[in-house]
Write a protein that binds this ligand. Structure first.
Ligand code: CO
Length: 175
């Protein structure tokens, strides 16, 4: 079931999410609903807090290359209690957006690669190095678990430029 999104200006987006102790039916339903909500909104990633749930749970659809070299979206992936480490000193700049901040896309600089430890929905351990857009996705969503938004990572000057748009979103989506 698709769930309503939480938008910029809602204090929930500034909360630190809590660790999942047990992958029970509540978490399984949450993950299913998060994937439906992400897809229904044409997103490529979602954190649980974006549907108002305080758990450290992320879903993403990674970009994959098919046999003919075409870039497309892969099957949804689930990361529970992700821990990111070993960011590369080399950085990349990608244009980012966020389902909780509709209509705003800005370039954000982040480490080019990062190591991710997490659990999947079956409780299996994930230990993987991410790079390219997938690294961006996991870092963007992991930020949500810590109450951080991509607009926080813009330069002071660029943040100031979008402040009026952020104010509009805050008013429009938090009635
Ligand atoms: Co986001």
């Amino acid at each position: 079931m698709k769930r309503p999104l939480v938008y910029y200006g809602n204090p929930l987006l500034r909360k630190k999410s809590v660790k999942v102790e047990k992958i029970n039916d509540e978490i399984k339903t949450l993950v299913k609903d998060m994937i439906e909500t992400m897809d229904a909104n044409n997103g490529v990633g979602l954190a649980a807090i974006q549907v108002g749930e305080p758990w450290r749970v992320i879903v993403i659809r990674p970009e994959i290359e098919n046999e003919s070299g075409k870039i497309m979206l892969g099957e949804p992936e689930v990361y529970i209690n992700p821990v990111l480490s070993n960011p590369s000193s080399e950085t990349n700049i990608f244009s980012e957006g966020c389902l909780s901040i509709p209509g705003i896309h800005r370039e954000v600089e982040r480490p080019k690669s990062i190591h991710v430890e997490a659990m999947d929905l079956e409780g299996n351990k994930i230990s993987e190095d991410f790079e390219g857009f997938k690294a961006v996705e996991i870092m963007h969503e992991n930020d949500h678990l810590n109450g951080v938004l991509f607009v926080d990572r813009l330069s002071k000057e660029n943040r100031k430029k979008i402040e009026p748009y952020l104010k509009e979103i805050k008013k429009k989506y938090n009635k």
